[in-house]
Design a protein around this ligand. Structure first.
Ligand SMILES: C[S@@+](CC[C@H](N)C(=O)[O-])C[C@H]1O[C@@H](n2cnc3c(N)ncnc32)[C@H](O)[C@@H]1O
Length: 252
């Protein structure tokens, strides 16, 4: 798929999901029609705090931070209290417009609509810390994720950290063969599901879109992108799982 088409697909998918039920598509933890805003915001803070702790980075609180795929600001809100300044970028104008409403009271937050592929909104060496969670796993092409990793290296100051999560689940040959042999059955199932979804009053839709299904990013892809972005990998936690966390530092 061409980059521009992928970019348009990601934008229209996430825009429509933000309008439909932003809380559910940001955090599908609770059932679709049982969203609890208080719990949603509480968990944004709990998770952000946990990830910062797990990163084992010595923060002073004076850092400038960039969050890639900030959604409606669930974790951005916490970062704004913890750091000097935070900028959030997202491919979806609708997510960003809801984040602007949600974070209107916070004076040290900048929210930006990006093109879904790079960080051209920002200058070189402008952040101390770049963070991303459950965003790269939804990007349909790992080359776009690799591009973001290079870009994170560009916008980080020397000595700054990039802490991010990708999907690194293995896709075994057996599972590929199984998928092929069951192709016809699957197609029928998908058709039936589409029919059901089209007539359903409430419930998640379009979850077979490449903009939701996303892609896996491999360790060699991450390695190469880090080298190209002037980043040195300091740790990799959760290899082979949906939650591979990478900590990298910008080299002089
Ligand atoms: C599951 S939500 C998570 C939001 C936020 N990270 C959080 O945990 O609260 C994924 C977010 O990534 C954004 N996103 C998806 N593809 C993106 C891309 N290529 N570039 C930037 N943002 C993207 C979506 O619009 C959505 O807001």
């Amino acid at each position: 798929m061409k980059k521009r088409r992928t970019s348009e697909l990601m934008r229209s998918f996430w825009d429509s999901k933000a309008r439909e039920n932003a809380l559910y598509y940001v955090s599908s933890y609770r059932p679709y029609d049982e969203q609890d805003p208080e719990e949603f915001w509480k968990w944004g803070r709990i998770l952000a705090e946990r990830f910062l702790g797990e990163s084992q980075i010595d923060f002073t609180g004076e850092e400038t931070v960039l969050e890639i795929g900030c959604g409606i600001g669930r974790m951005t809100a916490y970062f704004s209290e913890r750091f000097r300044r935070v900028d959030g970028i997202d491919v979806s104008p609708e997510m960003i417009s809801q984040a602007e409403e949600n974070l209107a009271e916070y004076g040290n937050v900048g929210l930006h609509v990006g093109n879904g592929c790079d960080l051209s909104n920002f200058d070189d060496s402008s952040f101390d810390f770049v963070f991303s969670y459950i965003t790269f796993q939804h990007i349909p092409d790992p080359r776009i994720t690799a591009g973001y990793i290079r870009e994170a290296g560009r916008v980080l100051k020397t000595g700054g950290h990039f802490y991010f999560q990708v999907n690194n689940m293995p896709r075994s040959i057996r599972s590929v063969l199984r998928i092929r042999s069951r192709g016809a059955t699957l197609l029928n199932k998908l058709r039936r599901r589409e029919e059901r979804e089209a007539t359903a009053v409430t419930g998640p839709r379009d979850l077979d879109s490449p903009a939701w299904q996303g892609s896996r990013t491999t360790v060699p892809q991450i390695d190469q992108a880090c080298i190209a972005g002037g980043l040195k990998i300091l740790s990799l936690e959760g290899e082979g799982s949906q939650y591979l966390w990478i900590k990298a530092i910008k080299q002089p």
